[in-house]
Design a protein around this ligand. Structure first.
Ligand code: PLP
Length: 404
């Protein structure tokens, strides 16, 4: 049996998978089993912040793994404590505490649980087109209707406001509202963001109503937008920030960062997870964050954003480039079917979104100017070729998907 057939037989089929088998990665590139090289502007779904197999993270991981890969939270281990300290220092020293878990979805579920427990209320305000993960509670605050099938009583517990519109937030408020959860740049929703004043007004509104503000920074955090947290870029200190994706540069780790006046009330036994904060992943996380905090690193993210924007907006098919830092959405003037498949054929990877005109790029923050030049060259090459469905690779891809 060939490997793809085995995949069909043995893996539960919940993903649309491209008919490509990846075997290796280095920096901004990955390779398939035929030796074909791809420039990765999808960054393993915004996870590979420092590129693939970065030496800082890899060294820290290997050194810790040789000593102790894992022990559960019934004992202290240094990497989790040092990583929590480092994360808290990126906000206000001594004002935040950290809880480690394993994924963005779990981080958001934890944040919502803390908010409900802290306020004694149940209702949550979220935003249309947001995404917060695939656990039932996280789905229940995700603002994309197609995710709501398995979520019971969604209307009782969540109201969805419009990102950027404070009036809609105000009308969504109820006496039973516990928190507002906000994905500040809606990535999968099409890279939508509001004006900076909106986030400040949102924080002020939460303060007035005595409800918690949760920023889901699973995609926007850790320097992705050119500041360590998006919240700080807009002058906000949310009660809770959630982080995941690239925090350990590809190993499963997530963080819930909570203002101390709230976290101080959390009691032993209120929450737990087996794997969260294990020593090997936290050592990788610490090395990743220290690299991002090196002088000049974040300024460089902003320079790269400016460079990409300048190069891309020159094309007549491109309506605009949305987003911030290296979390960008290229919006075309029309829907582009099979665009990602054509990009793969041409040796680079990018991401789709729920807006059929918007394609997402979230390359490693370490991407070089030469690699950006290569991306732009390949990208324009695809636009010149056109997106006809009859082209060989696309037909092969469509046949493959049909076959299974
Ligand atoms: C903004 C945001 N929040 C939460 C999640 C869920 O994270 P995970 O897939 O690690 O559960 C994602 C995943 O893409 C996300 O983009």
């Amino acid at each position: 049996m060939k490997l793809f057939e085995k995949a069909h037989h043995y893996l539960i089929n919940t993903y649309v998978k491209y008919p490509i088998q990846l075997t290796q990665g280095k920096g901004s590139f990955v390779w398939d089993n035929n030796g074909k090289k791809y420039l990765d502007f999808y960054g393993g779904h915004a996870v590979c912040l420092l590129g693939h197999n970065p030496k800082e993270t890899l060294n820290a991981l290997c050194q810790q793994a040789k000593k102790l890969i894992f022990y559960s939270n019934i004992f202290n281990t240094a990497p989790a404590i040092l990583l929590a300290e480092q994360v808290a220092l990126t906000l206000k020293p001594k004002k935040y505490q950290v809880y480690f878990t394993n994924s963005g979805s779990e981080a958001n579920e934890t944040a919502l649980k803390i908010a409900r427990k802290h306020t004694g209320k149940k209702h949550i305000i979220s935003f249309k087109n947001s995404f917060h993960g695939r656990g039932i509670t996280a789905l229940g605050v995700t603002g994309i209707n197609s995710y709501h099938q398995c979520v019971p009583n969604i209307d009782d517990f969540t109201s969805f406001a419009e990102l950027g519109d404070m009036n809609s937030v105000k009308s969504a408020w109820k006496p039973d509202t516990a928190a507002v959860i906000c994905e500040p740049i809606q990535s999968i929703g099409g890279m939508n963001m509001a004006k900076p004043e909106f986030y400040k007004a949102l924080a002020q509104f939460c303060k007035e109503k005595n409800i918690l503000l949760i920023f889901d920074e699973v995609q926007t955090g850790l320097g992705r937008t050119g500041t360590f947290w998006f919240a700080r870029n807009v002058g906000v200190f949310p009660h809770i920030i959630t982080s995941a994706k690239g925090i350990a540069c590809g190993l499963p780790l997530a963080a819930v960062i909570v203002k101390k006046r709230i976290s101080a009330k959390i009691k032993i036994g209120d929450h737990a997870t087996t794997f969260g904060g294990g020593p090997a992943v936290c050592a990788a996380g610490l090395a990743t964050i220290k690299t991002i905090l090196q002088p000049g690193f974040l300024a460089n993210v902003k320079n790269k954003e400016a460079y990409i924007r300048k190069k891309l907006t020159a094309h007549p098919l491109i309506a605009c480039v949305k987003g911030q830092g290296l979390l960008l959405g290229i919006e075309f003037t029309k829907p582009m079917p099979h665009f990602v498949e054509l990009c793969l054929e041409n040796g680079f990877i990018l991401g789709t979104s729920y807006n059929k005109k918007v394609f997402r790029i979230m390359p490693p923050l370490t991407v070089s100017k030469n690699e950006i030049d290569l991306f732009v060259k390949l990208f324009f090459q695809v636009l010149t070729q056109g997106t006809s469905e009859k082209r060989g690779f696309v037909t092969k891809f469509a046949n493959f998907v049909r076959k299974f």
